[in-house]
Write a protein that binds this ligand. Sequence first.
Ligand code: PEP
Length: 255
Amino acid sequence: MKKSVRKAVIAGNWKMNKNRAEAKNLIEELKPLVADAGCDVIICVPYTNLETALELTKGTNIKVGAENCHWAKSGAFTGEISAEMLTEMGVEYVIIGHSERRQYFGETDATVNKRVRAALDAGLKVILCVGELLEQRELGITEEICAMQTKVALGGVTEQELKNIIIAYEPVWAIGTGKTATSDQADEVNGYIRSVVAKLYGDAAAEAMTIQYGGSMNAKNAEELLSKEHVDGGLIGGASLKAPDFAAIVSAASK
Ligand code: PEP
């Protein structure tokens, strides 16, 4: 399967931004701008904005995701939200393993795997983030890191379940820094991750898989990044907070 047959997916990651009124304004502004998108459009929003996002996107082409979920169904996990709580609301997607979770909240490959499993079991679609730190790139171990993160995260995931997973390659040094990977760097690592998936699940499953790039993708660099064979979309942080910028990326992915 060639890139031309894989559907591009552009997902916004709002992180810990936007109060309810701001979320409402952003979604209302975004709706007409992406109504004719030729790619899938997802907004992943803080838990407190999920209800607003679900309500305002009803009947539109914008899908809604959360930014994390816990692996247990319920229990003594103060401050956490289970995958079932998300599906009960109507949430369709969840980001798992974002580097900010790994960096600031002690997320490990093993807990990423538990969260992936729980999300799939609850019927959520997963945007699984993997990517190397700057020191790791400088040591020349980008491939090893991405392979390990991918393999551990996918532990126990069947080929059928893999259809509900998108991988986002996000070099940590490029997230929120304004330093984008070059389109060749993004293509190279995305292609490598696809080869890791191929070894685990076979060529057909790997070829069908959407692998996004994330890390300072914006309205200006999106077209070049998205033109690459293995870059099937983007996970967008900063630029997803402004409707015209996010819409420009959606339109670059729709070409
Ligand atoms: C992200 O949060 O996943 C991200 C890629 O952020 P930014 O686009 O701001 O670098």
